[in-house]
Design a protein. Sequence first.
Length: 202
Amino acid sequence: MLVASSSLPSELTIFAIEQKIPVSIEDIMFAEKELRNALSYETDTAAVNSQLSFLGLHRLTTQTRSADTYLELVALRDQVEAALKHRPLDAYLWTRYAHVSYLLDGLSPYTLAALKRSFQYGSDEYELFKFRMLLCIKEWNSLPPSLQQLTRKQISYGASQKRLWRQILAEMDTETGGRLILLLAEAQIDPREIEELTNRLN
């Protein structure tokens, strides 16, 4: 079990978050400070900006918003953009950009473009799957047809992943969850699974 401290190195902090191990806000902020110091030495700035944006987004989405949150999100978007200049095919970065852009401006053209690239460059990546489903199904009626089609393909790809759909459904409101169940039915998922998911929603 990871022991929380005030001096976890950034790599260990990121690993802990990815493994769902509790990490304190203080540890995250220390890791961010460590990475910002690394930027001053111009060592692999793409990787450092990618790590900074990962930590920053995690911190900002797990703590209560404050008056500074908007400015921090703008800075976070700048970090993702800086990383993307060197890693333009990185699906994780495009997904992160879509997430930050959505938090700032909703379904803006930039959000939609980033979301499309997230699908394009990492369509089968398990770690990206959940975010895309939560966002796309929530905003289904506002998505352009091309993104609706990409979402349907993802649903068909993951139709047999029972545990995944349960996890996703648990984070949806009733209306969004109902829409997910209808889309799963369209993808011809096992009717027994549809019934179980419907019972969980109710």
